[in-house]
Design a protein around this ligand. Sequence first.
Ligand SMILES: *[C@@H]1O[C@H](CO)[C@@H](O)[C@H](O)[C@H]1NC(C)=O
Ligand SMILES: *[C@@H]1O[C@H](CO)[C@@H](O)[C@H](O)[C@H]1NC(C)=O
Length: 462
Amino acid sequence: MGTLVEPALLLLLWQSVWALDIPLEVRQPPTIIKQSMKEHIVDPKDTMVIECEAKGNPHPIFSWRRNGKYFNVARDSQASMRRRSGTLDIYAKNNPEQYEAEYQCIASNEYGSAYSNKIRLQLYRAPVWPREILEPVVVSAGLPLVLSCDPPPGPPKPETYWMSSSFPTMQAVRPDRRVSMGVNGDLYFSNVLINDSVADYCCNARFPYKNVIQQKMPVVVKVLTSEYYSVRPRTVAEAAPTWLSPTGSSSSILVLQGEELLLECIAAGMPTPRITWTKDGEDLAVTSRMKVKNFNKMIQIPKASFDDVGEYTCAATNRLGYIEHTITVKVKAAPFWLEKPTDLILAPEENGRLVCRSDGAPRPTISWSINGEPIETADPQPNRQVSGDTLIFRSVSASNTAVYQCNASNQFGYLLANAFVNVLHATPRILGPRNELTKVIEGSHALLDCRYFGSPVPELRW
Ligand SMILES: *[C@@H]1O[C@H](CO)[C@@H](O)[C@H](O)[C@H]1NC(C)=O
Ligand SMILES: *[C@@H]1O[C@H](CO)[C@@H](O)[C@H](O)[C@H]1NC(C)=O
């Protein structure tokens, strides 16, 4: 048989056929095809939906665990499971809080059980600030001022901004070198000016879920001028820089790879101090991955990477003095996939392997389960062996048919993969339409797709 397909390509085609196309007419263990996110926020006023769908032959039956224990959906009058699916509809008229828990869906048939991720259901809470009356803030001109925001925690985390009003208008506070909006939502004045007191100030929180905006009670700011200043109104007492955020001379930040890193340095002082940055003792090289914001008071790195590890020093300077603060940045990583295990169709006596390769910082540990049961406590099978991140099968028999789970975890998260081993004899067959007419353009590439199936893997000839 003459073939022009290179071995590597052949392998690729072979793998893609095997990874994707196990026709559902073939009896097979379940595969989960849809599930809710690991962190699932729902509004208790609506029907709360937790998704779980799976395929398999025979069609799987579904069950749920809640906080690790069997969840009897049939006995819960506020919950129901959709037909031929595991998806839960919960309509909680009474105490929805009881549903705030960790859910896991199990899809089973006679060949095995596939497990979903653990889905943490959190109720969306209408954000509210306490209806407190805030005392006016009285401060002398030239001194620093911090107005706290303390937005309701969520979930989800809100985005905050400040408005100021001087009757009858209300406008967004425009940050500048002197006035800063901190990462925590607070409003910082490096020093206050007389005209800062024309307004009252009000923190607003915008919640991305449902797009709700909540307003904190406004606070009135009064700036005092001493007699001395009224004699010489343009003069305000000068002051050397001091830190408003962060405080002290050092702090540290731990960020996960791929997440946002925000470095912030806000100083008090009169005149307003200038902020400069160095990294590991050298001028900070501003790369395209980072943005300098907030008049040099903030460095934003939307997706942190291991290159961002280091000591960042910010300095605040005015003509009366100079201070430094060093932020130590550490980058860690939740597990991520290098190679996910794929379903295996094997004929009796064949060998096979499931590979579960991941990385992270710290390096993830891998644990295997069989139909949800940890491999250490499952019935031992002499032809099955765990070797690092690989599960090896030698000379399989029908008793190896199961869904295998691998869980790669470190302290920052986990990845769960299900892959089945299906030991069977299946006569070769061609999948997809017969006698297909493919039109191609002269001089261009043509791809003739031939999907086929059989166990053991049939030999394919054109
Ligand atoms: C994976 O393992 C980690 C660490 O033991 C555990 O916290 C997590 O719940 C496991 N995930 C699943 C879906 O079993
Ligand atoms: C307040 O005074 C400062 C300096 O005198 C000036 O730059 C600023 O525009 C004034 N702000 C308002 C709202 O009038």
